[in-house]
Design a protein around this ligand. Structure first.
Ligand SMILES: Cc1cc2nc3c(=O)[nH]c(=O)nc-3n(C[C@H](O)[C@H](O)[C@H](O)COP(=O)(O)OP(=O)(O)OC[C@H]3O[C@@H](n4cnc5c(N)ncnc54)[C@H](O)[C@@H]3O)c2cc1C
Length: 548
């Protein structure tokens, strides 16, 4: 018997999940589950803003060309064109919903029009085109969307509920063991209610995965704790195709301070004139790229990695002290306050920074409507791989992608539900944990969490090699076996669920990285330091072998 029956199950409460839920809820019933408090998401931490073309000397063609250049040959041009062209409409819509973006300062006597945005600039963009709400854009978007979701009569929000596994038509339940056929469809999910530790059954006609990224698979990350790649792992286990997981974006500038867990120093700081210097005070980016501090993220991250390895220093520094202090405080109030709380006055001192895992360009493969190849399963946002980012995401294109695809997926979902032959809600088998006990070996979970993250940082990080990837592969195989043995004997708890997912995502990243024998975009490997279009101008595609 199912615990919850709904037209649409949304998993995740970042920009993708919230926006989609709002767009379908006037017509369909929606259950929205999210594994912690609803605000906890990558979205909530997004600082820089949303890239889009709003006049001046900017054009759609320029934004398209910048996106394609960043993607290093692997973007899908049709997808890029569509996302870029829909940008202004989606941002205007956000504004109409109540999101307050910064407007351009006006000359005396002028009044700003509603879309006279104060456009920021970030690396890889040839024009100022980042619409932002100070340096807390994501928080502002999340605030408005969440408030609307909480007030919508057709949406039931389940906080502290964690998706464990998707349920497909061919799911045969042996304490959650999932087996799939190639012509499968999704009919809901098993969800852990954290307070009671009970696994509930959610039956849904359509399931929408919006679980965000997987930064926690690396030791150093800008991502919050929720980013454990759950959606990618769940979809892969359910038989969906995933792709391009070797392309992990490392943000060049995370605050380096022992007490700061994962605080990002936005690229917009460099956009406003911030300069990277090493311990000796040398502005080193000129030695690496003609675009200097505004080069693409992968180039900046690799340059910092090289500087750190050369000098043995703990960090490099980002210097914006030459700018007017009042301007810095007004443009970056969040960064200014946070750094000051650690004793760093950014108007007077350079900021110590290091690179950290930031964004997952690969993910669950979807079509132009956000559909995966498991029927009735959609994936949107950082969990998805749409073809927009190719081998490297252009800064501030991800919130944009989530908005455009949430809209497309909502339209497609409503059309699907209207179809006469759409399957009705299924009765689903309850979660079966007969024979399992409470864990007496949580040390295995903690140990493997740490080991995966350190191993991925050391062997599958910014610079890779055949030998390091081979070592990583051997380790992840052994860890996977331990987790499998453990998983089926004990009752599931959040840390174990996340560990199981982290291990799957780590394995997929390693597999993709081993497969690609060239360097392109975010994947850089010592044995094959050049891009090889003849052999590798294609996505790395993986699908779980059919299990009968
Ligand atoms: C520090 C930082 C700054 C950034 N700045 C920018 C920027 O300026 N511009 C830009 O375009 N992009 C930026 N990004 C990237 C961007 O924020 C993300 O790609 C985007 O917000 C992803 O949105 P999402 O809805 O896909 O996922 P998220 O916003 O991460 O939301 C995922 C949701 O899924 C939930 N969830 C996860 N697993 C489960 C599960 N098993 N069960 C239930 N719920 C689950 C989470 O709790 C969360 O609610 C930034 C990212 C970071 C970390």
């Amino acid at each position: 018997m199912s615990d919850v029956k709904t037209d649409i199950l949304v998993i995740g409460s970042g920009i993708a999940g919230l926006m989609y839920a709002l767009k379908v809820a006037d017509t369909a019933t929606v259950a929205l589950v999210t594994k912690k408090e609803a605000m906890e998401s990558n979205t909530n931490l997004a600082q820089g803003g949303i890239a889009s073309v709003f006049g001046g000397t900017d054009t759609f063609d320029l934004h398209i060309e910048d996106t394609l250049a960043s993607g290093d040959g692997l973007c899908n041009r049709d997808v890029v064109e569509r996302v870029v062209k829909e940008g202004p409409g989606r941002i205007t819509e956000l504004m109409q919903m109540g999101v307050q973006f910064n407007l351009r300062r006006q000359k005396e006597g002028e009044t700003a029009g509603p879309t006279d945005f104060d456009l920021g600039r970030e690396g890889g963009h040839c024009r100022n085109r980042i619409v932002h709400a100070h340096d807390m854009t994501g928080r502002e978007v999340e605030r408005v969307l969440l408030e609307r979701v909480r007030n919508h009569p057709n949406i039931t929000l389940y906080e502290n509920h964690m998706g464990v596994d998707l349920i497909t038509q061919s799911t045969r339940l042996r304490r959650g063991h999932v087996t799939t056929t190639h012509e499968d469809f999704c009919c809901g999910a098993y969800v852990l209610e954290r307070s009671t530790r009970r696994v509930m059954t959610f039956a849904a006609k359509i399931t929408f995965l919006a679980t965000g990224g997987a930064g926690k698979v690396y030791l150093y990350t800008s991502n919050p704790d929720i980013a454990t790649g759950d959606g990618i792992a769940m979809a892969y286990r359910a038989g969906a195709t995933v792709a391009n997981l070797e392309f992990v974006q490392f943000h060049p500038t995370c605050l380096y301070h022992l007490a700061a867990k994962n605080f990002l120093i936005s690229e917009a700081v460099r956009g406003e004139g911030g300069v990277l210097i090493n311990e000796a005070g040398h502005a080193f980016m000129a030695d690496y790229d003609p675009q200097k501090d505004l080069a693409c993220r992968d180039k900046v991250a690799r340059a910092i990695d090289t500087e750190l390895k050369k000098s043995g220093a703990d960090s490099v520094f980002l210097d914006i002290t030459h700018k007017n202090p009042d301007f810095v405080k007004e443009r970056f109030p969040g960064i200014y306050a946070k750094c000051l709380s650690f004793g760093i006055d950014i108007t007077r001192q350079p900021i110590p920074v290091v690179p950290a895992a930031h964004y997952m360009c690969g993910g669950v493969v979807t079509d132009i409507h956000g559909r995966t190849d498991v029927h009735h399963l959609f994936a949107v946002g950082e969990t998805a791989c749409t073809g927009l980012h190719g081998a490297n995401r252009l800064a501030s294109n991800s919130l944009l992608e989530a908005l455009v695809y949430a809209d497309a997926a909502a339209r497609q979902s409503l059309e699907d539900l209207r179809a006469e032959n759409f399957p009705p809600l299924m009765e689903l088998p309850a979660w079966d944990d007969v024979g399992t006990t409470d864990s007496d070996e949580m040390i295995m979970v903690n140990h493997n969490w740490d080991e995966i993250r350190r191993m991925m940082w050391n062997y599958v990080g910014i610079v890779r090699s055949d030998k390091r990837l081979e070592r990583a592969w051997r380790r992840i195989e052994a860890i996977q076996k331990e987790i499998r043995d453990y998983y089926w004997n004990f009752k599931v708890v959040p840390d174990l669920i996340e560990l199981r997912n982290l291990a799957v995502v780590a394995e997929l990243i390693i597999k993709c990285a081993q497969h690609r024998k060239e360097s392109r975009g975010l994947h850089y490997t010592l044995e094959y330091p050049r891009r090889d279009d003849r052999r590798w101008l294609k996505d790395t595609v993986l699908r779980r072998p059919f299990v009968g």
